[in-house]
Design a protein around this ligand. Structure first.
Ligand code: RFL
Ligand code: PHB
Length: 398
């Protein structure tokens, strides 16, 4: 079946779904295709922290009601190391900025429900997604829908919002790739137990990094650093709680345990592909860049990309001017590299690097002593704390 739309969007993650809303609000029509089911997209456990700018954008476009009702406002984070726990207060360091803890699953549910209610064209469970003719003004998005019907959608532009493993990035002929794979992974759990903390705890420990986050007043989200080749089957609930107690433990504080309802292991990597645009194909979100989750930046970067992209596409397709589209990649990459730096900084400061990744045990010791010196600087110097707070709380959206 041959059809037409202005923008073809691949991927129903936060990037693709939000882009469809931003375009619709400015009168640009789009077709979004997703190879997973709606239920799968709504259940995939990922991010939890929204920057002020992401929150404001969702509110501005009328999609923030539930987030405002159910999201938890946080005014900072705890950093724990060497037997100490310190609070970094973001509002006083950043001129009032706070964070909102509202799960990506909930953002995705809100975006899908509002999109379907507004009559957006959303196709779940498609297969054989492909793009062609991206060097022309009529690129084509092809796919086979859930009923087995083959579609060819003639577009003015295509947005590749299909995550790290999608088909869009490989369609760009020459990419400059920068990459770093960290020698550890995160084992994440969801547990039905009220959080034992009012704000997120990031803990450096001789047993490895651990973090305490949350999803609601009833559900906790916790992570521990593990080797990248660990198998989830080898991690019983008891073993996970034992490690969490060991790494997060602090005098006078109790970590409450509860039933674990979800557990998974995520590798840690940084990846940036440039440019983020070739002809009429534009990459956004994880399709173009990945950051390790330590800085809570991935989802927020995806939001920033699509805000820039929506403006660029409206200008191109409604006003017939290519200036913002031509500048798209460069505009996004400044923020991408700032977030990449910050995520690397947080990751390097907080994780235990395996001794095998150094030339000698003395070098491993050197790295650990530097980490403690860096952490001590952050909690004792207003300049160092401000740098962390400004980056974590995020910069105004473009
Ligand atoms: P997504 O969410 O991966 O969505 C891409 C969508 O494209 C679909 N797709 C295809 N559809 C059709 N045809 C194809 N050929 C397709 N190939 C793929 C996929 O099924 C999927 O639905 O990318 P998007 O939209 O760019 O969003 C990015 C975010 O999901 C990601 O950056 C964050 O989750 C990263 N992240 C965090 N970010 C934060 O800002 N704050 C956090 O606190 C935070 N914590 C995290 C995180 C990521 C984590 N993991 C699991 C990687 C914590 C973790 C553990
Ligand atoms: C989460 O709540 O899942 C979360 C929070 C902060 C991070 C990473 C993940 O840095």
């Amino acid at each position: 079946m041959r059809t037409r739309t202005q923008v073809g969007i691949i991927g129903a993650g936060p990037a693709g779904l939000l882009l469809q809303h931003l375009l619709a609000q400015q009168g640009v029509d789009s077709v979004l295709v997703e190879n997973r089911s709606r239920e799968y997209c709504e259940k995939r456990q990922r991010a939890g922290v929204l920057e002020h700018g992401s929150v404001e954008l969702l509110k501005e476009i009328g999609l923030g009601d539930r987030m405002v009702r159910e999201g938890l406002t946080h005014s900072g984070i705890y950093l724990q190391f060497d037997g100490e726990r310190h609070h970094i207060d973001f509002p006083s360091l950043t001129g009032g900025r706070t964070l909102t803890v509202y799960a990506q699953t909930e953002v995705v549910k809100d975006l899908i429900a509002a999109g379907l209610a507004a009559g957006h064209q959303l196709h779940f469970e498609v297969s054989e997604t492909a793009v062609r003719d991206i060097d022309t003004e009529r690129p084509v998005l092809s796919f086979v829908d859930a009923d087995g019907v083959a579609h060819e959608v003639e577009c003015d532009a295509i947005a590749g919002c299909d995550g790290f493993h999608g088909v869009s990035r490989p369609a760009i002929p020459s990419l400059r790739v920068s990459e770093r794979t960290y020698p550890f992974a995160w084992l994440g759990i969801l547990a039905t137990v009220p959080p034992s903390t009012d704000e997120l705890i990031y803990a450096h420990s001789p047993h490895g990094f651990a973090m305490h986050s949350m999803r609601s007043t009833e559900v906790s989200r916790l992570y521990i650093q593990v080797d990248p080749d660990e198998k989830i089957e080898d991690w019983s609930d008891e073993r996970i709680w034992e490690q969490l107690q060991l790494r997060l433990g602090h005098p006078g504080w109790t970590l409450s345990e509860g039933p674990i309802t979800e557990k998974s292991i995520t590798p840690m990597r940084s990846f940036v592909a440039e440019p983020m645009r070739h002809g009429r194909l534009f990459l956004a979100g994880d399709a173009a860049h990945i950051v390790p989750p330590t800085g809570a930046k991935g989802l927020n970067l995806a939001v920033a990309d699509v805000k820039v992209l929506a403006n660029a596409l409206v200008r191109l397709l409604v006003e017939g001017k290519a200036d913002l589209a031509d500048a798209y990649s460069e505009t996004c990459l400044t923020r991408v590299w700032r977030s990449t730096w910050f995520s690397w900084f947080m990751t390097s400061m907080l994780h235990r690097f395996p001794v095998e990744s150094f030339a000698s045990p003395a070098e491993a010791e050197f790295q650990e002593r530097l980490q403690i010196a860096q952490l001590r600087q952050v909690v004792s110097s207003t300049a160092a704390a401000t740098n962390l707070a400004e980056n974590y709380a995020g910069w105004p959206l473009p």
